[in-house]
Ligand binder design. Structure first.
Ligand SMILES: C[S@@+](CC[C@H](N)C(=O)[O-])C[C@H]1O[C@@H](n2cnc3c(N)ncnc32)[C@H](O)[C@@H]1O
Length: 212
């Protein structure tokens, strides 16, 4: 009974938040300064994803919580023969995704894709908004093919308070996401990263890498 009540409570709070989160990002889509549609491909976040994924010709790649698709834009430019899918809760954000990239809307806590249907999956600064983090991580892993590669880039809870955050946002302990990823993946690692490879990480961003 207690477990059932907890599940019901979780489901109802997730539903309320999803609506609120979607509306907030729909509104934020007009703010190009804080939610840019492009990214400098030299930024380490991009290079790390490209390095971990390797050759992508003929591969299916999911950008989960893609926003305006700034990462997907670079991946598609670098690997024109890759099948990029940009997925986001906010339709307003998806309008900025380049035409060469397929788009799909929904929540990463219930991905509308078949199990084992992507060769690579990444989520940059989006898992922190997923509210039900455990389910979202499970979903990211579910849609990955065996031997598929995963990257999550998000913020470090040790730096909590450094930026203004909406009430639903969560930052993570490295071990916390490593533990969730190890349920379905192997070769799970994490490291602190900064925007530029020659600049010492200041502790804000963490990259988690895994192979299913
Ligand atoms: C800070 S933006 C990051 C966007 C993009 N990954 C980037 O780095 O430019 C967070 C994005 O996550 C999306 N998002 C929030 N909750 C989501 C959910 N449950 N499922 C899918 N996307 C979600 C938002 O709509 C928003 O576009």
């Amino acid at each position: 009974m207690r477990a059932w009540l907890a599940k019901l409570f979780r489901a109802s709070t997730s539903r309320t938040s999803l609506h609120e989160i979607r509306r907030s990002f729909d509104e934020a889509s007009g703010d190009e300064e804080h939610f840019p549609s492009t990214i400098d491909p030299r930024i380490y976040h991009v290079r790390l994803i490209l390095d971990h994924f390797g050759e992508l010709a003929g591969k299916r790649v999911l950008d989960a919580g893609c926003g305006k698709g700034r990462f997907a834009r670079v991946l598609k430019e670098r690997h024109p023969a890759a099948g990029l899918v940009a997925f986001d809760l906010s339709l307003a954000m998806l309008r900025f995704v380049p035409q060469a990239v397929s788009v799909c809307s929904g929540t990463m806590t219930a991905l509308p894709f078949a199990s084992e249907s992507f060769d690579c999956v990444y989520a940059t600064e989006s898992l922190e908004h997923a509210v039900d983090i455990e389910t979202a991580v499970q979903e990211l892993c579910r849609v990955l093919k065996p031997a598929g590669r995963l990257v999550i880039i998000d913020k470090n809870v040790e730096q909590w308070g450094r930026l203004k955050t909406p009430h639903w946002e969560k930052w993570f302990r490295r071990e916390e996401l490593e533990r969730l990823l190890r349920r379905d993946c192997r070769d799970v690692t994490s490291r602190l990263i900064s925007y530029w490879e020659d600049v010492e990480p200041d502790g804000l961003f963490v990259a988690w890498l895994a192979v299913k």
